[in-house]
Design a protein around this ligand. Structure first.
Ligand SMILES: [Zn+2]
Length: 286
C-alpha cells in the first residue's frame, strides 16, 4: 500500500461506510458534485448531486462503482490486452488495472492532475497518437462533455478500438431533455454550471442525441441498465444509481469513419453514412 493511501486510511478510519472497490472502512464520505437545482430538474444521471457519495480513500463514486461492477462481473480483464484509460479514475487504476496484467495506458490532456497514478500520458482525445485498432478496451468516462469537437473525439476513439474491442463512454445524461443543450459560446463558469452542470462542461447531452452521435462515429451503442450490471450483488446495487445506464460502444464493422460535413480544400462538403464511402462530393449548399 502506498504511504499516502495508508495515511488516508488511518485518518478516515471508521465503521459507517465500506467501499466496495478499495475495501476501506471509513467514518465519512465526501460530497464532490455540486448541488445544482437545474440538474435535478433535468433529471441528470451520472453527475447527479449525491451527498456523501465519494470514498475518501480511492474517490470511488456511483458511476465508477458501476464501471467497477462491469469490469468485475460482465467483462473481466484478460492479461495482455491493451487498455486506454482517459481521465483515469484512481479507484479503477489502483484496484482493477494495476495488478491485472493488462498493458495499461492512462491518458489525459493534463497528466499533472493525477499525482497518484504513474506515467499518465499527455493525450488529446481528438488526436489520439496511436495507430488504428490498438486497444481492446477504452475507458473515456466524463470526458466528452468537456471537449469542443466531441464528434471528432468519438471518431478517434472508434478508430483506435479493435474490431472486438469495447469502449465505456459515460457522460452526464439529462433524462428530461429531448435535445442536447449545447452552446460553445457560453464561457462564464457560473452560466456553464447552471446550464451544463459544471463550470467546465460545454454541453448537456440528451440520451438519444448522445447515442446518435456515437452511432454516427461508427459505434454500436448499448445502454446497459445498472441493475443488470451489478446483478445480485446487494453491496453494489445499493451504491449505484438505479437510473443509470452504462454507455457501451462497440465498433460497428464496415463503418468508414470519415470527417462529416467538413469543408475540404476544394470548398465542397461531404457526409458519410455507415458502410458507405462518400461517392462524390456535393457542393456546399450554405
Ligand atoms: Zn474506496
Amino acid at each position: 500500500m502506498q504511504f499516502r493511501e495508508a495515511v488516508k486510511r488511518s485518518w478516515y478510519f471508521g465503521w459507517k461506510y465500506r467501499c466496495v472497490i478499495c475495501g476501506a472502512g471509513t467514518r465519512k464520505r465526501m460530497t464532490i458534485v455540486a448541488d445544482v437545482p437545474e440538474m435535478t430538474e433535468k433529471q441528470v444521471v451520472g453527475a447527479e448531486y449525491v451527498p456523501s457519495d465519494d470514498c475518501p480513500i480511492c474517490y470511488a463514486n456511483r458511476r465508477s462503482r458501476l464501471v467497477y461492477a462491469y469490469l468485475t462481473r460482465m467483462r473481466p480483464l484478460r492479461p495482455g490486452e491493451v487498455v486506454l484509460h482517459f481521465a483515469p479514475e484512481l479507484s479503477l487504476y489502483r484496484f482493477v488495472f494495476r495488478r491485472s496484467g493488462v498493458k495499461y495506458h492512462p491518458a489525459d490532456l493534463n497528466p499533472a492532475a493525477y499525482p497518484e497514478i504513474p506515467r499518465v500520458e499527455p493525450v488529446d482525445v481528438t488526436a489520439i497518437p496511436y495507430p488504428d485498432k490498438t486497444f481492446d478496451l477504452i475507458l473515456c468516462n466524463h470526458v466528452l462533455e468537456h471537449v469542443a469537437d466531441d464528434r471528432r473525439a468519438m471518431r478517434e476513439l472508434r478508430r483506435v478500438l479493435k474490431d472486438d474491442g469495447v469502449a465505456l463512454l459515460q457522460v452526464p445524461l439529462a433524462l428530461a431533455l429531448e435535445d442536447t443543450d449545447e452552446d460553445l459560446s457560453v464561457t462564464d463558469p457560473a452560466e456553464r454550471e447552471r446550464r451544463f452542470g459544471q463550470f467546465d462542461h460545454l454541453r448537456l447531452y440528451a440520451v438519444r442525441d448522445y447515442a446518435a452521435r456515437l452511432s454516427e462515429a461508427g459505434f454500436d451503442v448499448e445502454l446497459a441498465p445498472s441493475r443488470e450490471i451489478v446483478g445480485p450483488r446487494r453491496d453494489l446495487s445499493l451504491d449505484v444509481n438505479p437510473l443509470e445506464r452504462l454507455v457501451i460502444g462497440r465498433p460497428r464493422l464496415g463503418t468508414v469513419v470519415r470527417p462529416s460535413a467538413r469543408l475540404t480544400p476544394g470548398g465542397v462538403a461531404f457526409r458519410t453514412r455507415p458502410g458507405l464511402r462518400p461517392s462524390r462530393a456535393r457542393p456546399a449548399s450554405a
